[in-house]
Design a protein around this ligand. Structure first.
Ligand code: KG4
Ligand code: ZN
Length: 335
């Protein structure tokens, strides 16, 4: 089999990332420039700042990636790029850069959905085995899908309000902790106990998720404790919050495993870096003899390698984008 090298570009949020991926599975090189420390000063991603930083860094990130792989743009078979969902200004930097490269070097352009990228991140280390359930848990999305084959998705449920990662970030903010909140909450929770009794979201019997109620109960609790002059036990609150947030996920996965006979549960998105979530999902899946697949941290959070992995299927099917393609800040996986 001849080897296919795809240059993949990801700029949907606050990471400028470029990778060269061979045959959708092997990462030949990747460079990711994270803007986290800049946005942390503002308590969250500032879209204007993010797009400006992408524009400043993207050429440097490209050159560094080509150098690491010791390859030239001429040697690429296609240029892939995230075209949504994400921050519009950030997406536009990547999309315009990709279009320019595709035009100048006369390469096919492949437009990749960021969420599909998160799912295919698993292919970099562990082959996707169908049928499977896939759970996307990130800063912007909480979705549960059923896949019968490559690129065949059925949406089972999604969040009705906040995304799970967003609730980690907001709870961290209330506790005076920096952005992004997820890793810090996870670390604090390791030292805590289930001291605060937080409510589980009302279980409506569907596959949909809800996180705004849990977030509000944390906010109310913090305000009440402050009003009564009580010190917040941050470790305990982090533990109780994380426990409830993960329970919400496990209830839905349990229900889905009752209904669908699958080989794998593929977890994707930034929150899949959470070890407590992984442990609890493994407990649920063990009962059903279902394998839990989670990428290593490098490929859990936003990165271009996952875009190269997802682009490979489209390349094989010759599903190319026109040079006038637009970035889309809102984009469903089943579109
Ligand atoms: O997938 P991602 O990098 O960007 C989006 O597409 O949203 O996910 C970022 C989200 C943030 O909300 C961050 O707090 C969360 O993933 N996150 C975590 C952990 N690491 C990152 N949440 C919980 N535990 C973690 N260890
Ligand atoms: Zn993401």
């Amino acid at each position: 089999m001849s080897s296919t090298k795809i240059l993949a570009i990801e700029t949907s949020c606050d990471e400028t990332s470029i990778a060269i991926v061979e045959n959708g599975t092997k990462v030949l090189a990747m460079t990711t420039n994270t803007q986290i420390s800049t946005h942390a000063k503002y308590g969250g991603v500032v879209p204007e700042v993010a797009s400006r930083m992408h524009a400043e860094n993207i050429t440097i990130v490209l050159n560094e990636t080509l150098e690491k792989a010791n390859l030239k743009l001429e040697e690429m078979d296609a240029i892939a790029v995230t075209y949504g969902p994400g921050l519009l200004g950030s997406l536009l930097v990547g999309v315009n850069f990709a279009k320019t490269l595709a035009y100048i070097y006369n390469k096919p352009l492949i437009a990749v959905n960021h969420l599909i990228g998160h799912i295919y991140a698993n292919n970099l280390e562990n082959k996707l085995e169908f049928p499977l359930l896939t759970l996307i848990v990130s800063g912007g999305h909480t979705e549960l899908l059923y896949m019968t084959d490559e690129y065949k998705f059925k949406l089972l449920g999604e969040t009705l309000d906040d995304a799970i990662g967003e609730s980690f970030d907001k709870v961290a903010k209330v506790l005076g902790l920096p952005y992004p909140g997820g890793p810090i909450i996870e670390k604090l929770a390791k030292e805590g106990n289930d001291f605060y009794k937080l409510p589980l979201p009302v279980n409506d019997g569907t596959y949909n998720f809800s996180y705004s109620g849990l977030k509000s109960s944390v906010l109310n609790l913090v305000n009440n404790e402050k009003m009564h002059g009580k010190e917040i036990r941050k470790e305990d609150l982090a533990y109780s919050f994380q426990k409830r947030a993960v329970e919400e996920v496990c209830i839905k996965i349990n229900k889905a495993l009752d209904e669908y006979n699958v080989k794998q549960l593929v977890v994707a998105g930034g929150v899949s870096a959470n070890k407590y979530l992984k442990e609890k999902l493994e407990d649920v899946c063990q009962k059903y003899n279902t394998e839990v697949t989670i990428p290593s941290i490098l490929y859990c959070t936003d990165n271009a390698a996952m875009i190269g992995a997802a682009a490979y299927y489209l390349y094989q099917k010759k599903i190319y984008a026109d040079l006038d393609i637009d970035a889309c800040s809102y984009l469903n996986i089943c579109d």
